[in-house]
Design a protein around this ligand. Sequence first.
Ligand SMILES: [Zn+2]
Length: 231
Amino acid sequence: MNLAKLYLKDFWALFFPKLCHACGTPLLHQEYLICTSCIYQLPFTNYHLDHENKLVKQFWGKVNVKSASAYLFFSKEGKVQKLMHQLKYNNHPEIGIELGKMYGKVLKSTPKYQNLDAIIPVPLHPDKQRKRGYNQSEQFAIGLSESLGIPVINNILKRIKSSDSQIFMKRESRFLNMRSVFEARHKDSLPLSVLLVDDTITTGATLEACVIALENAGIQDIHIAGIAFAS
Ligand SMILES: [Zn+2]
C-alpha cells in the first residue's frame, strides 16, 4: 500500500470507523470485527474439555454422538446474541469465519478432534440460502477448517424441506417432522469421522435429524460443534 492510500484509509477511518460487532465501539487499528475487550469478556463454555457437558447430555438416549461442544454461551441481550444477529441477519458472514478460526485454534490441541476427516455444516434450505446469500454454519465451518486443517464437505447432507412450516406444531410432531427435513447422500468414499457444525444450538432437534441422516448414509463417528449454546 502506498503512502497516499494509507493516509486515505486513515482519513476514511476517522469519519467512518469500523465498529466492534459485539459492543459497537470503534475498533483500534490492529483489531478485527470484535474488540479486544469483548473477546476477553466472551462467555466461553470450555465444553471441549468436559466429556459430560450439558450439551452432549441433550443427545444421550436419542442419537449416538462421540462428543458435543459449543464455543460460547448464548444469552439474550448479550454480546453473543449481537454477534449472532450480525452473522445471520446483517450480512456479515466474516464473523462466522473468524469465530470458526478462533474456535479451531482452541480445539486443535484436544485429542478427540485430531482424527477428524471432514467438517459438515448443517445446511440451510436452498431458498433460504439464496435469500441470505450464504449459510452461516458453513462460514463457521470454513474458519474451523482453516485452523484444524480438515476439509469442509457440503455435498453429502441436504436440507430437503424448510422447517419454517412447523413453528406451530407440538414438540413431538415437530420432532417427527424434523426427521424428514434432511437427507444424506450415499457416496462411495464417505468420511469416517466428521464434525457436524451448527450456529446456535438450542434443543438440538435439528442436529439430531442431521445425525440420523448421516448415520443412515453410513457415517458412524459423529462429533458436534456449535458457535453458541442456549441452555
Ligand atoms: Zn467490543
